[in-house]
Design a protein around this ligand. Structure first.
Ligand code: NCD
Length: 322
């Protein structure tokens, strides 16, 4: 799915729905803008008046802690007014219901919706029906995309490695259910990573994923040999309708990142995880907060990257193209 919908006719960001269709210069520009907000010491929590008078609604149909909170902090640090709406949704929620929600909230003069929904394509649907001048940010739709997570992941990698062209990255675990994996793969490809591997049991790797430009490994040690970055994913038990795995214990034995496994790899291998982590399943607790782990840095960068995206979309007058 490509989304020309998310760009203005002159190629600027109008909505943020997916990593697909965003060019390398645009992604690089977002990461550069993020630098302004990630800052060093002293910039922490500083408020800027850029979105003063704008209203942002966090519309979450799925549970979330870090994504919702960091979107809220980002909007507040840009001086926008923020409203959080947590909607209990059933998997049968229909397009019409979504549309009614959108139109009702639009009538309240909202400038931006941050939407998370269990259905792939929900953010895209919102963007198609949004009034001119109303922007949609996808905070995760089904298994499809989680673009701000990919951006914060790219920002974190760039801060540690500088550039992408020599980078070998392994994305490990539950690829099948992961919108994060899909968005990270698109972003890494666009930014020119040398090699992208997906590593996991056959049942958790989508058929035909090689077409995305990745190499598949079903053995963890082989998949991790020679990589610079390990991106772990949460085992998404809530999305596992069928029997994908014999047991989480077995998954941990075969695909869990343990201290013992890590000891066999170079000391500068970076470890990432979008959170929330399942301790003792995809990652051992000691590894999650060990020296090589960037997990908390990812959370912190989530605020800066979301500030950058909101500022790029709303800071320039989106109504101009209306
Ligand atoms: C991810 C998500 O919700 O897609 N988490 C997040 O946004 N930090 C990954 C997950 O739920 O495992």
């Amino acid at each position: 799915m490509s989304h020309p919908l998310q760009l203005t006719p002159d190629g600027r960001l109008r909505h943020l729905l997916s990593m697909e269709g965003l060019s390398k210069p645009l992604l690089t520009d977002i990461l550069d803008q993020t630098e302004r907000y990630a800052g060093g010491r002293g910039s922490r929590g500083r408020k800027v008046p850029l979105l003063h008078g704008k209203t942002v609604v966090n519309l979450f149909f799925e549970a979330s802690t870090r994504t919702r909170t960091t979107f809220e902090l980002a909007a507040k640090r840009l001086s926008a007014d923020v409203i959080n709406i947590q909607v209990a949704s059933s998997s049968t929620a229909k397009g019409e219901t979504l549309l009614d929600t959108l139109k009702t909230l639009e009538a309240m003069q909202v400038d931006m919706f941050v939407i998370r929904h269990e259905a792939s394509g929900a953010a895209h649907f919102f963007a198609q029906h949004a009034a001119p001048g109303v922007a949609i940010l996808n905070a995760g739709d089904g298994r499809h995309a989680h673009p701000t997570q990919a951006l914060l992941d790219m920002f974190t990698i760039r801060r540690h490695r500088g550039e992408f062209s020599k980078l070998k990255v392994a994305i490990v675990g539950d690829i099948l259910h992961s919108r994060v994996a899909r968005s990270d793969i698109h972003a890494l490809r666009t930014l020119g990573a040398a090699e992208i591997r997906v590593v996991g049991p056959r049942t958790l790797i989508p058929a035909g994923i090689e077409a995305m430009g990745v190499t598949v490994f079903n053995d963890l040690d082989a998949g991790l040999a020679g990589v610079d970055v390990i991106m772990l994913l949460r085992l998404q038990k809530e999305r596992m309708v069928g029997a994908f795995l014999p047991s989480t214990g077995e998954f941990h034995r075969d695909f869990g990142l343990t201290k013992a496994r890590l000891a066999k790899l170079p000391k500068d291998v970076l470890i990432m995880h979008p959170g929330p982590i399942n301790r003792g399943v995809e990652i051992e607790g000691d590894v999650a907060y060990g020296d090589q782990s960037l997990i908390l840095e990812q959370v912190e960068h989530g605020i800066a990257v979301r500030m950058a995206v909101m500022a790029m979309i709303l800071g320039e007058d989106v109504r101009r193209e209306a």
